[in-house]
Design a protein around this ligand. Structure first.
Ligand SMILES: [Zn+2]
Length: 204
């Protein structure tokens, strides 16, 4: 994955991230939005491709990104036992306290300011289902109870392919909240939302 040429990233006061590109262009992210680096996109690709099997829609993966206010810098993977797959709803049920203890136990100086819980939609679209929206609401509530200041967002990661080589495409922001790219073998499209299911800006 080719890296986008970012020269400098500065956090300006409360909730404004300024991204200066090498060519001089400046992108400013405000409010809920965040910056997703090429490194993080690469981690997300590796995490999801390793478990994807073509034609098997039911293998969902849950992972989380954490970091400072507007810039995730870690990807957390969870043991498969954390996922209680429910064949009736075709959704992964996730134990929020297990996710939290895992994220908090990671060796880092402080509790992360930002937590983005992502799950995959194998051979699907990156839009939350009714069940997902319910999960967004309830899990944010549970997280805020323990960590009132933590910013909690959600990602839906659609992944398909895997059975033959396809044309590789660099990551592109196709909507305000959606990044799309292709590896040699898989298509990826990831959208981000807040707990109310509203779109959240992502900058790459
Ligand atoms: Zn879902």
């Amino acid at each position: 994955m080719r890296s986008r040429t970012v020269k400098k990233i500065t956090l300006e006061g409360e909730g404004e991230l300024r991204i200066k590109r090498k060519r001089g262009k400046v992108t400013i992210i405000r409010k809920e939005g965040f910056y997703l680096s090429p490194k993080m996109l690469n981690y997300m690709q590796i995490r999801t491709e390793g478990v994807f099997r073509p034609g098997q829609k039911d293998i969902e993966v849950v992972y989380a990104l954490s970091g400072t206010h507007m810039k995730p810098d870690r990807l957390h993977t969870f043991a498969s036992k954390l996922l209680l797959y429910d064949s009736n709803t075709e959704e992964a049920k996730v134990n929020v306290s297990d996710i939290l203890s895992h994220v908090i136990d990671e060796p880092r100086k402080d509790t992360p300011e930002l937590l983005i819980i992502v799950h995959t939609h194998p051979e699907g679209i990156p839009e939350p289902s009714e069940y997902d929206l319910e999960f967004f609401r309830s899990s944010e509530k549970a997280i805020k109870k323990e960590f009132p200041k933590m910013k909690v967002l959600y990602g839906v990661h659609a992944i398909s392919g895997g059975d033959r080589p396809i044309g590789q495409k660099e990551p592109e922001r196709v909507k305000l909240n959606t990044v799309k790219w292709s590896s040699i073998t898989h298509e990826h499209e990831v959208s981000f939302y807040n707990s109310g299911g509203k779109t959240v800006e992502v900058v790459i």
